[in-house]
Ligand binder design. Structure first.
Ligand code: GLA
Length: 675
């Protein structure tokens, strides 16, 4: 893994996407004044400037960017300078119509928006590297530029293209994966099924629309290919930038939440100098704070430490069916919750709300209403808060619990033709994450083959696909004394999506001490009661199995139906440790009580030893000399929380000797020096 590099902006960076090309230059001076007022220290510029910077092929006009970077520098504001490759200009597509993407049904998508290019197009790659090179050369030594922002949200709108050029690129990728051995591919894909055997590489197509269910391994390899194909564009741009300016770190903004699943970020993160993420609230989620925490923990784990929040919103977005504005105080709680999870920079989309264009109804730091607005007041206050938190920078998490998160397993789980079409990876992981969040337990995310030695407890809420090495790593963790808990329909298939025979849950059967001979998914709306060591009224939905104990003990069993008396939750002493199986989806209260017990057995402590009132999020960042305890009141009732006798509350700068008060809906960040 490339070690993450440090950004040369002091403290916690603060800012947003800045698109001044959308405004007359008279407005820029006001922007500078207001950015200084808000405490902005870094802005991302040039993200969608290709059409203005390169008016025709090979002809550049950098005059506007020159003036902008100089102005930012004069005002002490750093630039995260983008390559504008997410939105090629119209002239490019007129010259290269073959670079337009084609969807699954064979329809060509046209320009007039953004990210309408085929990721495998040689013409696009050439044009992208050319503009990236010209920018790198021109601005490598500009004192305002502190980071390269490669492209924007790779794969957001064009994660897959099904054109003939993509088909050829897919075949090249497959030849590399299968060592040029077509039989190996045929066996991996199981192509004796439905007469799919391939005799020539050229017979293989992208998984275009078919009349019946497509081949699962074909689909899975396609997802892997699409992620790698975009990654190769990203690393090619990164290399061009690095060559011109080795000292300037490069990032690209990830999207680990919002149900975006196109990219295997475990493969992406090591390629970047700085890991950054974009996070948006979903209006339909009544507890978005949990989504922020999960996303933050995931991106910190990808980065292996602090990261940057490259985009979020001050208020409503514009791309959901109904776009919820933030509640009073939510802007600040959201931003500081990202800091609590390891963000060393907080940025928004975008600085000034647009007057025209597709995002004219998206919130911004400076709203349409101007400075006489709640959002502006909150933005200015946040700038002061982040300044007060400068010393938090560089500190990181303290987790003893790891949750397994794997994109291959996610992709495979959500392929068509599963026993149930109701299984959603992100929802299943969140089910398990939620009770840990409520209990104030710190969590990291890991891939199945990660080094697990620093954890007491490893959870795999959903790991449908796992290869032998990953399975051995996880069960070995239990063997060596760890506590390992697995969710239903895990370990079911290998890396080629082939079912592991001999009973479910295949790869984990022996470690769990159970054997299932048949799966009984529950219908939407159907539920079953649970009896045993579970709360009164315990129930479950979504899934059940006819499971037999093979060494494990039953913790809970189905209370009725054809599986009455069959174990639904089991516990097995495995080697020096313990392996738990949750063969169903328990209701939230039951899952919380099971995870409490599992956690107690593993000896995992919450962030705070004393109980925290419900709705108060407690997170700790560990620095070299002190811990930073973030207390965020989402419930609105406030709280008094015991802290170290020599503690200081950083947002107010006041001593907090032994106790700190979190006012309703507010936040406290407490420095507890290491003694
Ligand atoms: C994404 C993009 C931005 C903007 C925002 C709007 O995150 O990167 O350019 O479109 O969404 O929410």
């Amino acid at each position: 893994m490339t070690a993450q590099r440090t950004l040369s902006v002091p403290g916690i960076a603060y800012g947003g996407d800045y698109n001044p090309e959308q405004w007359p230059e008279e407005v820029w001076a006001e922007d500078m004044r207001l950015m200084r007022e808000a405490g902005v220290t870094m802005v991302s510029v040039g993200i969608f400037s290709w059409a203005l910077m390169e008016p025709s092929e090979g002809v550049y006009d950098f005059s506007r960017m020159d003036r902008l970077l100089d102005l930012l520098h004069e005002n002490g504001i750093a630039a995260d300078l983008a390559t504008p490759t997410a939105a090629p200009p119209a002239w490019f597509f007129r010259a290269h119509p073959e670079a337009l993407p084609v969807d699954k049904d064979g329809r060509t998508l046209f320009y007039g928006s953004r990210q309408t290019f085929c990721p495998s197009s040689p013409a696009y790659r050439d044009a992208a590297l050319r503009i990236a090179g010209a920018i790198a050369e021109r601005y490598a030594d500009h004192p305002a530029v502190v980071m390269w922002h490669v492209h924007n949200e790779y794969g957001c709108h064009n994660a897959a293209c099904y054109c003939d050029t993509s088909a050829a690129a897919f075949r090249r990728w497959l030849r590399a994966r299968y060592g040029d051995d077509l039989d190996a591919l045929n066996h991996a894909w199981g192509t004796t099924f439905w007469s799919q055997w391939y005799y020539d590489w050229d017979e293989i197509l992208p998984p275009r629309a078919t009349g019946a269910v497509p081949n699962p391994t074909h689909q899975l390899d396609w997802r892997r290919f699409c992620s790698d194909e975009l990654l190769s564009l990203c690393t090619a741009e990164r290399d061009v930038l690095r060559e011109a300016a080795p000292a300037i770190p490069a990032t690209t903004n990830f999207m680990v939440m919002q149900n975006f699943d196109a990219l295997d970020y475990w493969r992406w993160a090591p390629e970047l100098d700085v890991v950054s993420n974009d996070h948006y609230l979903m209006s339909t989620d009544p507890e978005s704070e949990i989504d922020i925490a999960l996303g933050g923990d995931l991106v910190r784990s990808l980065a292996g430490g602090p990261w940057l929040l490259m985009e979020h919103s001050t208020g409503a977005v514009n791309w959901q069916p109904v776009n919820r504005a933030k509640r009073l105080g939510e802007l600040r709680r959201n931003a500081l919750a990202h800091v609590a999870r390891g963000a060393d920079g907080i940025a928004y989309f975008q600085w000034r709300a647009a007057k025209a264009g597709a995002e004219q109804w998206h919130s911004a730091m400076l709203p349409h209403a101007g400075t006489d607005s709640q959002i502006w007041r909150d933005v200015v206050r946040l700038g002061a808060d982040l300044k007060a938190l400068a010393e938090v920078r560089g500190s990181t998490g303290t987790a003893e619990v790891a949750i397994v998160w794997d994109w291959d397993a996610r992709w495979a789980l959500e392929l068509p033709s599963q026993p149930s079409g109701e299984l959603r990876f992100q929802d299943l992981v969140r089910d398990w994450y939620e009770p840990l969040w409520r209990a104030g337990v710190a969590v990291d995310f890991v891939r199945p083959d990660a080094d697990l030695s620093r954890y007491r407890l490893v959870l795999a809420p959903s790991l449908y696909l796992v290869d032998d090495a990953g399975a051995a790593n996880l069960t070995g963790f239990a063997e060596r004394g760890g506590t390992f808990a697995v969710g239903f329909h895990s370990g079911a298939v290998d890396e080629n999506c082939h079912v592991r025979l001999g009973g479910y849950p295949g790869a984990f059967r022996d470690a769990l001490g159970v054997r299932t001979d048949e799966l009984f998914p529950l219908l939407p709306g159907e539920s079953l009661g649970l009896t045993g060591d579970v709360p009164d009224g315990a129930g479950c939905t979504l899934w059940s199995e006819r499971l037999r104990l093979a060494g494990a003990e039953a913790v809970a069993s189905y209370a009725q139906g054809q599986l009455a008396g069959v174990p639904a939750v089991t516990r097995h002493a495995h080697g020096a440790g313990t392996a738990w199986y949750l063969a169903t989806r328990p209701d939230p209260a039951t899952l919380a009580s099971l995870l409490d017990r599992i956690r107690d057995e593993a000896g995992v402590q919450p962030v705070l030893r004393t109980a925290v009132p419900p709705g108060v999020e407690a997170v700790r960042r560990r620095g070299a000399d002190a811990d930073y305890l973030f207390l965020i009141d989402h419930a609105g009732d406030g709280a008094d929380v015991p802290v170290a006798p020599d503690a200081t509350e950083l947002l107010t700068g006041k001593p907090a000797s032994g106790s700190v008060t979190v006012p309703p809906g507010d936040i406290a960040v407490v420095r507890e020096p290491h003694s």
